[in-house]
Design a protein around this ligand. Structure first.
Ligand SMILES: C[S@@+](CC[C@H](N)C(=O)[O-])C[C@H]1O[C@@H](n2cnc3c(N)ncnc32)[C@H](O)[C@@H]1O
Length: 278
């Protein structure tokens, strides 16, 4: 494997990108999600041919359909929920951004739901409304593959998308030989998995960084006790247009990986052995 120096990345950034798809979401998002290749190196784009873009959780095994449907959570607030509202976790400030990231990451955050009396514009309805900020998929490099970058400036604490894909149980997850796109979640006390290998949205292209600018929080907007926990992505820094979006995959993900991390951050924790790619 060649040594990747800083010059390689600087040089590649100067190349004119090629539009491979004008909108890989095919209208599933509020914005187009273009895919950019790079003439400087070859990138396998065959995955896009069989990839089904969806911005939703696909209940393949009926895990959600078989839940009891009795509404447990519902507020009686009029218009905007008050700070005393039983649904509100006080995480979202005015405009729906998160002010306190620690609070967001502390536990599952409950948003108001379809049985709540409050308005659709209530500030406790954020992630349920879907992604609002345009992003693009780009050819990062031949080793990491594709990545995601912001198409506009995005403020700190902004919801940018939900990890979408097929909702499967543990047994099915073990049978799927590629664990790259598996993300654990819960429905009530049951642990389930979202697999975004074949179906998903742009979040499945987000790469790892040891100094990430996006965090993944647990959010629910179900009325039922047996709630689906949605894995929701929020910016943890102010993001500039063109900046790559990254998350921390966590130690468990890296535990059995045979390749080094290419995040190039000074805080990188997974550069194994004598790897010279600095
Ligand atoms: C969830 S996918 C992210 C999208 C992926 N880059 C692609 O082209 O489909 C995770 C895979 O991306 C690559 N990857 C992501 N972050 C990386 C990093 N920091 N260093 C090296 N490879 C990375 C690895 O091949 C990993 O298995």
């Amino acid at each position: 494997m060649p040594i990747i120096g800083k010059e390689w990345f600087t040089d590649v950034a100067k190349q004119q990108p090629m539009v491979l798809y004008e909108d890989i979401s095919q209208g599933c998002e509020r914005f187009v999600v273009p895919v950019y290749s790079n003439p400087r190196f070859f990138m396998d784009s065959s995955l896009f041919e069989n990839f089904k873009y969806t911005s939703r959780i696909i209940d393949v095994a009926g895990q959600l359909a078989c839940r009891s449907a009795s509404p447990t959570f519902m507020c009686q607030c009029a218009g905007q929920c008050s700070t005393n509202c039983e649904c509100s976790s006080g995480v979202f400030g005015e405009g729906g951004t998160v002010e306190n990231m620690e609070l967001l990451m502390w536990d599952t955050v409950r948003e108001c739901n379809e049985y709540c009396n409050c308005a659709l514009w209530c500030g406790n309805r954020v992630a349920q409304k879907g992604a609002m900020y345009p992003v693009e998929i780009f050819a990062r490099d031949p080793w990491c593959g594709w990545g995601v970058r912001a198409s506009v400036d995005i403020a700190f604490g902004t919801f940018i998308g939900e990890y979408a894909g097929e909702l499967i149980d543990d047994e099915e997850a073990m049978d799927r030989h590629d664990s790259t796109f598996l993300f654990e979640t819960k429905v009530g006390s049951e642990t389930l998995t979202i697999d975004a290998k074949y179906s998903g949205n742009y979040t499945r292209f987000i790469n790892h960084s040891c100094a990430p600018n996006v965090k993944v929080a647990n959010i629910s907007w179900d009325y039922d006790k047996i709630q689906l926990i949605h894995m929701c992505f929020f910016t943890d820094k102010a993001i500039r247009k063109g900046e790559e979006l990254t998350i921390d995959y966590g130690e468990a993900w890296w535990a059995n990986k045979k390749f080094p991390c290419l995040c190039k951050s000074s805080e990188c924790r997974y550069q194994f052995g004598n790897d010279q790619r600095t």
